[in-house]
Design a protein around this ligand. Structure first.
Ligand code: ZN
Length: 96
């Protein structure tokens, strides 16, 4: 679906949502019944963070082509879990 813009001489800008490629050159204004002509304007483009776009693309791709592992990853491949610094409060805690 796409939003198409039309302009009525009496009522101004009208937005109409239709499937892509089905917008006629004119429509009937719902307010006055007159003819509203199609207006072409710049599409709304939003700048999105590259990392967010990559994550969204990965999520979209994983719906159809999920990444499947065939073996257990090597133990050395894992990053060690970061440990909290030993503050005096942590040093007083019981240890296993
Ligand atoms: Zn009108």
């Amino acid at each position: 679906m796409a939003t198409y813009e039309y302009r009525c001489d009496l009522d101004g800008l009208i937005e109409e949502i239709r499937p892509l490629g089905t917008a006629p050159g004119t429509i009937t204004c719902a307010t006055c019944g007159g003819e509203a002509r199609r207006v072409f304007s710049a599409p709304t483009l939003v700048r999105t963070n590259r990392e967010i776009v990559a994550a969204l693309d990965h999520a979209e791709k994983s719906r159809d082509e999920p990444e499947v592992v065939t073996s257990i990853p090597r133990a050395g491949a894992r990053k060690p879990t970061p440990m909290a610094k030993m503050t005096p409060a942590l040093q007083r805690l019981p240890r296993p």
